[in-house]
Design a protein around this ligand. Structure first.
Ligand SMILES: [Fe+2]
Length: 211
């Protein structure tokens, strides 16, 4: 059984960017539903996977496992999203800051690229800062799609573009949500540790192991 991990901060710690009310639905209802549905699908199939990452990778692109993929990937994406945010305002430093300068010139231009990708993404999905081929890139994925099945791609940060992520707090202002998210709650410590994993072949962030 996969678990719904606790938020890594108090539910009101990211206000006003993400309110406790949003978390009560987003974490307590949406994420929980993905985890519960996945557990039921795996139970019905008699499967006891060792980790969530292997479930996502094994079901990606398999039309007969679309429900498993959607719920497994959404469970993983939300776990990574909670850790992509921090109540402590941060700025990139060290190797991460150097990589941002090399690939985007500066943090302001990375923000422009991140926000443009997010507002240009039609419908639901995710906007990511990733490491691929020795470079930092901004990409987006549709619906439940994520980076785990993409060989050579390591996610550094993700922001949820589904309306349930921002509508209660920012209504239809996805641009405003992305701008303040990037400026105030982005977890650059996670991005730095993910970059280190990408460069050294380390494992990187993992969803909690099943119980
Ligand atoms: Fe979400």
């Amino acid at each position: 059984m996969f678990i719904l991990p606790d938020l890594p901060y108090a539910a009101d710690a990211l206000e006003p960017v993400v309110s406790a009310r949003t978390f009560s639905f987003h974490h307590g209802k949406h994420h929980k539903a993905y985890v519960d549905t996945l557990n039921k699908l795996l139970e019905d199939a008699g499967e006891t996977p060792a980790d969530l990452e292997s479930v996502v990778k094994a079901s990606a692109g398999d039309a007969t496992k679309k429900k498993v993929f959607n719920n497994a990937a959404q469970a993983w994406n939300h776990g990574f999203f909670w850790d992509s945010m921090s109540p402590t305002k941060q700025t990139p430093s060290g190797d991460l800051a150097a990589a941002i300068e090399a690939d985007f010139e500066n943090i302001a231009k990375l923000k422009d690229a991140f926000v443009a990708e997010g507002i240009g993404h039609f419908g639901s999905g995710w906007v990511w800062l990733v490491h691929e081929g020795g470079k930092l890139k901004v990409i987006s994925t549709h619906d439940a799609d994520d980076t785990l099945p993409k060989a050579g791609v390591t996610p550094l940060l993700v922001c949820d573009l589904w309306e349930h992520a921002y509508y209660l707090d920012h209504q239809n202002n996805r641009k405003g949500f992305l701008e303040t998210w990037f400026d105030t709650v982005a977890n650059w410590s996670l991005a730095a540790s993910q970059l280190e994993a990408a460069k050294t072949g380390g494992e990187g962030w993992k969803y909690p192991a099943p119980t």
